[in-house]
Write a protein that binds this ligand. Structure first.
Ligand code: MRU
Length: 304
């Protein structure tokens, strides 16, 4: 299954809100693309960035006059994940010099290919942590619907399993949108990897009980000084790992790296579609570097 399919004058987006039921939604321009991101039809920091590049391509083809405001609306669609912002900055010169639709298309293809290659490299580095078969804990979804390739954290797990080095995977269900229970479980099932889904509040207890050998998660933003923004709940995994001596690994492409050090000014998204006004839904949390053991990117392994 692919997160989106480019057609002549539109992009068909797989609605990840309703997976594993398969529903496709048509996106006709970058404004609609920004809405698809905002409404989480498409999610996962790396794929959002690739998708935005394709949105700007169709937008350039159809509505060149509103390209700048389309770019702005994409920029405002997801503030925390930095991949989107990094790629939008890369595209900016194309907009400024009035590049042709073909140039936008080539750029989007380049961004997609780059991300696929990065995934493969991350998986190979991640394999170095598997000296023997392990029980792995992961969270949210970092696989082939969150990236254009094998995945980041999930890519490592898939490669390790193919090498006979994964006994079992525990997946946090990832409340409230259930990316772990719906999407990661689906991917693991397809790969034939043994897994168990657990409610998010079980994850520290599994670690306490000695049921987890290694925790591997993705990231939406990693600051220059090693603060990791990721799905809310990641912080509790890292705390338990530190307390009970389980390696806590973050896997992310360099497109997830923020060139700036940590600042409280970075917006942590709060999702609005709560059951009532009594609720608070943070989308992400922040894990400080002292709780992270290693960060893996396509460039290598960073001991934090
Ligand atoms: O809200 P989501 O589903 O976009 O959150 C996704 C995550 O937190 C992932 O860990 C992150 O985007 C990395 S995906 C390779």
């Amino acid at each position: 299954m692919r997160p989106f399919i480019l057609e002549d004058d539109k992009i068909k987006v797989l609605n990840q809100r309703v997976l594993p039921r398969e529903e496709w939604v048509d996106v006709h321009d970058a404004f609609e693309g920004a809405d698809a991101i905002k409404n989480m039809l498409i999610r996962g920091a790396p794929i959002i960035a690739v998708f935005a590049a394709y949105c700007l391509y169709i937008h350039r083809k159809k509505h060149p006059d509103t390209l700048k405001s389309a770019w702005e609306s994409l920029k405002n669609s997801r503030p925390t994940g930095v991949n989107l912002h990094n790629v939008l900055e890369e595209i900016k010169p194309l907009i400024e010099r009035g590049a042709s639709p073909e140039e936008f298309y080539e750029f989007a293809q380049y961004v997609e290919r780059r991300e696929i290659e990065i995934n493969e490299k991350i998986a190979k580095y991640g394999l170095l942590f598997f000296d023997k078969p392990k029980r792995v804990l992961t969270y949210c979804n970092t696989g082939s619907l969150a990236t254009p390739g094998i995945g980041t954290a999930l890519g490592i797990i898939k490669l390790a399993f193919r090498n006979g080095l994964v006994d079992k995977v525990f997946v946090g269900e990832t409340s409230p949108y259930m990316q772990g229970a719906r999407i990661t479980a689906y991917e693991l099932r397809k790969e034939g990897i043994p897994y168990t889904v657990v409610p998010d509040n079980h994850m520290p207890f599994l670690i306490y009980r000695g049921m987890v050998d290694i925790a591997i998660v993705g990231a939406d933003r990693i600051t220059k000084d090693g603060y990791v923004f990721n799905k809310i709940g990641t912080l509790s995994i890292s705390l338990a790992c530190k307390k009970f001596n389980v390696p806590f690994i973050v896997a992310a492409p360099s497109t997830t790296f923020d060139s700036k050090p940590f600042s409280e000014d970075t917006t942590v998204e709060i999702r609005k579609d709560t059951p009532s006004e009594d609720y608070l839904y943070y989308a992400f949390d922040i894990t400080p570097p002292e709780l992270v053991d290693y960060i893996i990117s396509e460039k290598g392994i960073w001991k934090v």
